[in-house]
Design a protein around this ligand. Structure first.
Ligand SMILES: [Zn+2]
Length: 261
């Protein structure tokens, strides 16, 4: 058991973990120190000390994002510097990240800070051409408590047909399953993330998610020539030109584009 201490929160005696710092927002001295701390915070990120260390960390991590392996763009405090100021220069608390992974991490931290430990689940629609790297993207960004709904995998599993064959009757059942699944998921928020992997956007799915706040639309933006090359290497024969046609007509306005090299 962690050592505890007695503290006063909103005037009530409360037992808290020994290392908990209790805030006194109305306390003048507290506010004064916070102001000083904010200046110190901004100053820190401008300091030569930080710039040098930042460069060293990027070199240590070989310029790669430590979560997904893509080129790193920034250096992140694993435990946010605001939460643990003393550890701000500890290399063990620093990691190189790409912008996308940093965005995901920061959003989680924000939610945790503002909503406590209340569970919330993000639904990520991941679209892109066949062989554009959708599954790879999901595997790089998923946590250990996620649900992956991969349309093509389901189609294959339920028809017993070779990869990328289509059966329109089975399509209806796969979509029915998604309808039911999303209803239950929205109510229960069972997972950290739900990943919906599809080639094209789908208005029916967007409709089902219309009143859900944590939805991301991600487009894996890969050159069609590269996709086709990969499909040939995998000896997958599909009607690529047809798919590319509908893909180019599709509306990706509200999608965030992730470049895949
Ligand atoms: Zn990354």
């Amino acid at each position: 058991m962690k050592p505890a201490k007695l503290s006063f929160i909103n005037g009530r005696p409360t037992i808290v973990d020994y290392d908990t710092r209790v805030r006194h927002d109305n306390d003048q001295a507290y506010n004064y120190h916070r102001r000083v701390a904010d200046d110190e915070y901004v100053g820190f990120y401008k300091s030569q000390e930080w710039r040098t260390l930042r460069k060293q960390i990027l070199e240590r991590d070989l310029g790669l994002c430590q979560r997904c392996g893509m080129p790193a763009e920034l250096v992140d405090h694993i435990i946010p510097s605001k939460d643990d100021w003393d550890d701000r220069l500890n290399p063990d608390n620093l990691q190189s990240l790409c912008r996308e992974c940093h965005r995901i991490k920061t959003k989680r931290e924000w939610m945790k800070h503002h909503k406590g430990s209340e569970r919330y689940m993000e639904v990520n629609m991941v679209c892109g051409l066949p062989a554009s790297g959708k599954t790879t993207y999901v595997k790089r960004h998923m946590t250990d408590h996620d649900l992956i709904y991969d349309y093509d995998e389901l189609m294959q599993a339920l028809t017993g047909l070779p990869s990328r064959s289509r059966n329109h009757d089975v399509h209806d059942y796969i979509m029915l399953f998604l309808d039911q699944m999303l209803r239950k998921l929205k109510a229960e928020q069972t997972f950290n993330n739900v990943w919906i992997i599809r080639t094209l956007p789908d208005e029916r799915i967007d409709g089902l998610l219309a009143n859900y706040h944590h939805v991301n639309h991600i487009l894996i933006d890969t050159d069609p020539k590269i996709c086709l090359q990969r499909l040939k290497q995998r000896k997958q024969t599909i009607a690529f030109t047809e798919i590319l046609n509908s893909f180019e007509k599709a509306d990706f306005k509200h999608f965030r584009r992730v470049k895949n090299r």
